[in-house]
Design a protein around this ligand. Structure first.
Ligand code: C2E
Ligand code: MG
Ligand code: MG
Length: 550
């Protein structure tokens, strides 16, 4: 044996030398072991004899095949085939190297490229395949479509029938998708890990003539998934939300195409599922600008582009300033100041809000502490907005207690505002997060009260100190009797529950008058001042104090 033969024979990777028509010329021990077949049976047999029929017909470029063991068992395998340089007198040969599921122990340390439940490529491998497909598409100047299919309400299947049945359902869906694909198409399973539930499949279809072709395929997948499915005597009728991204002669990365298809899938899901959504150019542009903004935002803290502006909160019975609300601004160099509505949702999606929110908290409390010392007669409180995402952050409690300790500000001078919808949507988690904050002695207030929910019962469930009446109610005061009745009732209810009421967005003396009549405790709004940067706000405070001193 030559050293090369010895290496081939003893390699831990199952390997075969294959003639162009598929005859196995030589196999190594690892392949015999993997398939549990004697060497003389393998040599001289054809690749098609040991491969599941549909797979054998697949193109050479398809790397995933299912091989058959002697006992009929199937090994889902990833195959790399390398063309061995042909000499003038010999035919070209292929060296096949197999990475099978069963070979996993041998190659420990490697990421398993195939999903164990469905035998499909996992996300990483699918992205690889998509990359090659995109390269082929651009070479041939043909289009390509990526479909992301997410089963609707799959969690219910798992819940009702158990995970084992759930897994078999996934395997069935995988087979069904595969049987309805062309040979050149690839299907993968994306889910698993993170927030994704794991019932997400992806398909790439090559040689697309035009975008309408993608629609035809989407309709076909929709129909394929909807067919009744019997698993272990359970009859199921599934639907999927399908997102379609089409790459027509456009240079793009596999990750970008996949993200686009996923975004379209979410739109299909939001529309109620059981159908498909095609990604469109406008959505694409939105996605691109979103990405750019997200990227810039992730550097905003270190680049010192974030600012806190302050708006006074007044006590109505004595018409005196009692507090400030900290409102975030982003001074983006290329586009000027950006309002929170434009970037906070983005920061929440990407969890940037946690670090940004921590920055706001430190900065606002530091600043407020300074003003409390400069204007001791006012006894200013400071209100900081918390996003739902921050509430779920396990480090929030430590952040707040650190800030209180470092500034030595009185805990009751700090008020945390939480939007109503957060309390309602994830009540248990909100309660678990709020209780320890409450124990630190800070105040807790519901922000934007009145827009989220029809039931008020939650007000007594949480350890709250006050509520902030949403501006939409205030704006209707003086012109809408029904709203006035609601506002008056809300204030009464809040007082009955020992909650204070802040009216948001007071702009006119009329609004102010009515609120005073109803016994509202506090208010803020343009009537007194817009949110201001610190130096201007300090000037405003100074003017206010000197106006009041006789
Ligand atoms: P919010 O907490 O309800 O803040 C009140 C919003 O109403 C502020 O908008 C304020 O500028 C505006 N406003 C105050 N008075 C008036 C008025 O008389 N008329 C009108 N039309 N508007 C008035 P802003 O500053 O654009 O903030 C919008 C929202 O962004 C805030 O609503 C809050 O939910 C969020 N936000 C602001 N800063 C932060 C922050 O640091 N963290 C988090 N998580 N959210 C923040
Ligand atoms: Mg607020
Ligand atoms: Mg509000």
């Amino acid at each position: 044996m030559s050293p090369g033969d010895i290496a081939f024979e003893h390699a831990v990777v199952p390997m075969a030398l294959v003639a162009p028509e598929g005859r196995l010329l030589a196999v190594n021990q690892a392949l015999c072991d993997l398939l549990d077949r004697p060497r003389d049976q393998l040599v001289e047999s054809g690749l098609q004899d040991i491969t599941i029929t549909e797979d054998a017909e697949r193109l050479v470029t398809v790397r995933r095949r299912r091989l058959i063991r002697s006992d009929g068992g199937v090994v889902a395998a990833l195959i790399t085939s390398t063309l061995i340089e042909a000499t003038p007198h010999s035919l070209e040969h292929y060296l096949l190297q197999v990475e099978g599921l069963s070979a996993r122990e041998v190659r420990s340390g490697d990421q398993e490229p195939l999903d164990p439940i469905t035998g499909l490529p996992n996300r990483a491998l699918f992205v690889d395949e998509l990359r090659s497909a995109l390269a082929r598409a651009s070479r041939r100047a043909m289009g390509l479509a990526v479909f992301v299919l997410d089963l609707d309400h799959f969690a219910l299947v798992n819940e009702r029938l158990g995970h084992e049945v759930g897994d078999r359902v996934l395997a069935h869906v995988a087979t069904r998708l595969q049987t309805h694909l062309r040979l050149s198409d690839t299907v993968g399973r994306l889910g698993a890990g993170g927030w994704l539930p794991g019932d997400e499949f992806a398909v790439v279809c090559e040689d697309l003539e035009d975008e309408r072709h993608a629609v035809v395929l989407a309709e076909r997948f929709d129909w394929v998934i909807k067919g009744p499915l019997v698993v272990d005597d359970h009859e199921l009728s599934l639907t999927a939300s399908i997102g379609v991204a089409v790459a027509m002669n456009r240079e793009t990365s596999p990750e970008a195409v996949l993200r686009t298809a996923e975004a379209a899938m979410w739109r299909a899901k939001q529309r109620g599922g059981a159908g498909y959504e095609l990604f469109d150019e406008a959505a694409h542009n939105r996605a691109v600008s979103r990405l750019a903004t997200e990227d810039a935002l992730s550097r905003a803290i270190e680049r010192d582009e974030l600012r806190v502006h302050y708006q006074p909160i007044l006590r109505l019975d004595r018409s005196s300033v009692t507090g400030v609300e900290a409102l975030l601004r982003w001074e983006r160099p290329e586009s000027g100041p950006v309002a929170p509505a434009e970037f906070i949702p983005l920061a929440e999606d990407s969890s940037l809000i946690v670090s940004i929110g921590a920055w706001v908290m430190r900065e606002a409390v530091r600043q407020a502490h300074e003003w409390r010392q400069r204007f001791p007669e006012l006894g200013l409180t400071v209100s900081v907005n918390l996003s739902g995402r921050q509430l779920g952050d396990p480090d929030l409690h430590e952040l707040v207690s650190d800030v209180l300790r470092d500034t030595e500000i009185e805990p009751s001078a700090l008020s945390l505002e939480i939007t109503e919808t957060v309390l309602i949507e994830d009540g248990d988690r909100a309660w678990a997060a709020l209780k320890p904050l409450k124990d630190l002695g800070v105040r807790l207030e519901v922000d934007d009260f009145g827009i989220g929910y029809s039931s008020l019962s939650y007000l007594r469930l949480f350890p709250l100190d006050g509520l902030k009446l949403d501006r939409s109610f205030v704006a209707d005061l003086g012109s809408n009797d029904k709203v006035e009745a609601i506002v008056s009732a809300v204030i009464g209810l809040a007082h009955a529950l020992a909650l204070t009421v802040v009216a948001e967005g007071v702009e006119t003396p009329v609004e102010l008058g009515i609120l005073g009549q109803f016994g509202c405790d506090f208010a803020q709004g343009y009537h007194w001042s817009r949110p201001l940067p610190p130096p201007q706000f300090e000037q405003w405070l100074r003017d206010y104090v000197s106006d009041r001193t006789p």
